[in-house]
Design a protein around this ligand. Structure first.
Ligand code: PMP
Length: 463
């Protein structure tokens, strides 16, 4: 297990109410436990379980994704480099969802008939598979529509129950809007202070000296695991340690981490993890919030109505407990089944191998395109912990035009602010082009991309 070393960690006393911890004693116990390995911080999001994984065979992986064989209307072979926006889906996910609709479509948890039983078992079976994939138990997984709803759930169900105007929330400049706007709204409503940790625009990493200052006296720290723009992985383990020493709870936005890194939630010290299914081979419309048991007991209802109640009378209602309290109305049955199939499909791989495959393509691509005159790369894909996102801009071809010219060659890349406008402001650019890779992408595709980009720049730039 990798270790992080930290020369000095300062923490203030438990001077005020710490909403993250039930009592002063709980917080002190945490601190005492921590002092034990003060300078030797064990990684808190352990990943890459030992398993009997099969070696990665990219050609055979590609065979599981029918869409990758697609040609565009101009006859060009599709090269899909927009994986950070959403990944493609393997055939088993498509089949699992279509089987549900064609063979046992029914509402779950509601009726005593065969189809309802089958739908309920499949929905809960998927919860078992997904929670096990993330190293936790089914009762700690709340289904949501995606990472955005998961973060909003923390903001409505936990923060509005536990935070007030004396509290501080720490964010970073590299957060996705999904992890900024809910906290700005809370701040407007409750007067909670929001602090933003800047990035170092030379290394594109989080300014950890500034983090150590910002985290002082905070109650909640919300950090993106891997930036969807820069591909940079934040030092989550150190961040969690520093946050907990302040008595703050920690929310990790794992939307971009989940496609290439395993997490054992129960072995980690993270309080909340927000995840999207659609970036890791699952369908759109589903994701989850993982929550530690003690923290779930501090959460109040968010959306109310059917399913989350025990009883309803004209005098009032009583509510269910655990994840059921937060899953209101008809569940996302087909989507959960599809996501369950996706994680079972992913189980066959060693995620270290997947990560290094993606990282190799990204770092090679970044190096080659940064040699093209006029191209600037934002991020540092040469870092071994960087993900597969390569953001870049050309100094005379506008990003929208460049994306269209790449599309002409069959290459699907993302263009825009990537829902990270504060980061764009820090970088001093309005938008970037972003090529992002997943496990089915190949070096051949990357080479073809670099060749086409060279051609486009040669032909269309102001030289
Ligand atoms: N956070 C990050 C880092 C993301 O990249 C995204 C998706 N672009 C989200 C949050 C939002 O995820 P979802 O689409 O599941 O709501």
């Amino acid at each position: 297990m990798p270790l992080l070393w930290c020369s000095s960690v300062h923490h203030s006393g438990f001077s005020s109410r710490r909403p993250g911890f039930k009592s002063r004693q709980e917080h002190q116990n945490y601190q005492l436990r921590d002092v034990h390995y003060y300078t030797r911080l064990e990684i808190l999001l352990p990943f890459g379980r030992a398993s009997e994984d099969m070696p990665m065979d990219v050609e055979s992986i590609r065979g599981d994704f029918p869409i990758l064989a697609r040609r565009l209307p101009n006859g060009k072979q599709l090269v899909y480099f927009d994986n950070a926006a959403t990944s493609q889906k393997p055939q088993c996910v498509i089949d699992a969802m279509s089987e549900y609709y064609s063979e046992y479509n029914s509402n779950a948890h509601r009726a005593n008939h065969t189809l309802a039983d089958e739908a309920t078992s499949a929905l809960e079976g998927a919860r078992d598979a997904i929670s096990s994939y993330f190293g936790t138990s089914p009762d700690q997984l709340i289904y949501t529509s995606g990472a955005t709803e998961a973060i909003n759930l923390v903001s409505y169900a936990w923060a509005r129950e536990n935070l007030s105007e004396d509290d501080v929330i720490v964010l970073t400049e590299m957060e996705h809007h999904a992890d900024i706007v809910p906290w700005q709204q809370l701040s407007k409503e409750r007067g909670v202070e929001v602090r933003y940790v800047p990035i170092d625009t030379n290394s594109f990493t989080l300014d950890m000296d500034a983090f150590e200052i910002a985290v002082q006296g905070s109650s909640l720290v919300c950090v993106v695991h891997t930036s969807n723009v820069l591909g940079i992985r934040n030092p989550i383990e150190k961040i969690v340690k520093l946050a907990h020493l302040q008595g703050a709870r920690v929310l990790i936005d794992f939307a971009q981490g989940a496609p290439h890194e395993r997490i054992r939630f129960d072995d980690s010290e993270v309080d909340f993890v927000a995840i999207s299914a659609h970036k890791m081979g699952g369908p759109t419309g589903i994701g989850c919030l993982l929550v530690k048991k003690d923290v779930m007991s501090q959460m109040g209802p968010f959306m109310t109505g059917g399913s989350m109640i025990k009883t309803v009378s004209t005098d009032g209602s009583t509510f269910r407990e655990g994840h059921a309290l937060f899953e209101t109305g008809t569940p996302r049955i087909a989507e959960a089944i599809g996501w369950g199939a996706a994680v079972q499909w992913l189980e066959q791989f060693d995620m270290h191998e997947v990560h290094s495959h993606i990282n190799n393509i990204a770092s090679w691509t970044a190096e080659k395109i940064s040699e093209i005159e006029g191209i600037t790369v934002y991020g540092d894909p040469s870092r071994k912990d960087s993900s597969g996102a390569v953001s870049f801009l050309h100094d005379s071809i506008q990003s929208q035009d460049l994306a269209l010219l790449l599309d002409e060659g069959g290459f699907a890349v993302r263009t825009g602010h990537h829902c990270a406008q504060p980061l764009m402001d820090a970088l001093g650019v309005p938008s970037t082009n972003r090529a992002s890779f997943w496990l089915y992408n190949t070096m051949d595709e990357a080479q073809a991309f670099v060749k086409h980009l060279n051609y486009v720049v040669d032909r269309f730039s102001d030289k």
